[in-house]
Design a protein around this ligand. Structure first.
Ligand code: KIV
Length: 275
């Protein structure tokens, strides 16, 4: 059985994270810590460790499904993963990505699909890639009281148009996207792969939190793919990723030891067998 999250040290210490509390963190100058989560086991670990928000990112298409991009990820897949995550979480805010083409057709399509995510999973917010080009959709969702996080800079769902995962440097465009998302009612904005000084300027300008990934240290918070920071994903990883552990190495060593012991018939030994 997994450990009980309600007994974890972080869960005891802090009240549940809500959207207003997430936004207030900026006023309190308290850095926001966000990581991706795709399943029950890892969501429980993230939550008890004290993470502020778990993003059920469509990066699961690459990390979990082994696809080259996030383009093929579907709404039912997002709902499937988000349900598992929400079931494990006691404190963190759970934010779920709207996948490619689940919100582009019209604001009404976005409203239906975002509503389906919140109703089916119990998550607290959705994220969508876009700023100025999605302002009407953000406005429609927030008018229905659906909290929306925007995502500007490098938008992985635009990889086919961009021709790769490239740093975005158009300062005027980035600022316009961030302002439009804020004006439309977004409660936060992911800034992905933009120059440090651009992230600093956007963060200074906006009264809602900026969450950086490959955007330097001046954002109000940071987000990473959990499996990247734990050293579970194989190389290469983006240059902004810091490996905080080598769990791939630890897992491979443990599995190699298991294989060796089974082949040597030293496992299971008496201590791990029934009499
Ligand atoms: O899909 C995702 O995981 C993301 C983050 C890495 C920001 O959008």
């Amino acid at each position: 059985m997994p450990e009980s999250n309600s007994n974890g040290p972080a869960a005891r210490a802090a009240p549940p994270m809500t959207v207003p509390r997430f936004v207030d963190a900026k006023k309190r100058r308290q850095p926001l810590c966000v990581l991706t989560g795709y399943d029950h086991l890892w969501a429980g670990i993230l939550d008890t460790a004290g993470i502020d928000a778990i993003l059920v990112g469509d990066s699961l298409g690459m990390v979990v499904q082994g696809k080259p991009t996030t383009i093929s990820v579907t709404l039912p897949q997002m709902i499937y993963h988000a349900e598992m995550v929400v079931r494990a979480v006691r404190r963190a805010l759970v934010i779920v990505d709207l996948p490619f083409l689940s919100f582009h057709v019209s604001p009404q399509q976005a409203l239906r699909n975002a509503g389906r995510i919140l109703k089916r999973t119990g998550a607290s917010a959705v994220k969508l890639e876009g700023g100025l080009n999605q302002a009407e959709t953000i406005r429609t969702l927030t008018a229905a009281d659906i909290p929306v996080m925007a995502h500007v800079g490098l938008k992985p769902q635009s990889v086919l148009k961009l021709g790769g995962y490239k740093i975005q440097r158009d300062a005027a465009r980035l600022m316009a996207d961030a302002r439009a998302a804020r004006d439309a009612g977004a409660f936060g904005i992911v800034l992905e792969c933009i120059p440090v000084e651009m992230a600093r300027a956007i963060t200074a300008e906006l009264d809602i939190p900026t969450i950086g990934i490959g955007a330097g240290p001046h954002c109000d918070g940071q987000v990473l793919v959990t499996q990247d920071l734990l050293g579970l994903t194989p190389e290469p990883v983006p240059s902004f990723v810091k490996r905080f552990a080598d769990l791939r190495g630890v897992a491979q060593a443990a599995i190699a030891e298991y294989i060796a012991e089974v082949r040597a018939r030293t496992y299971p030994d008496a201590a791990h067998s029934h009499t």
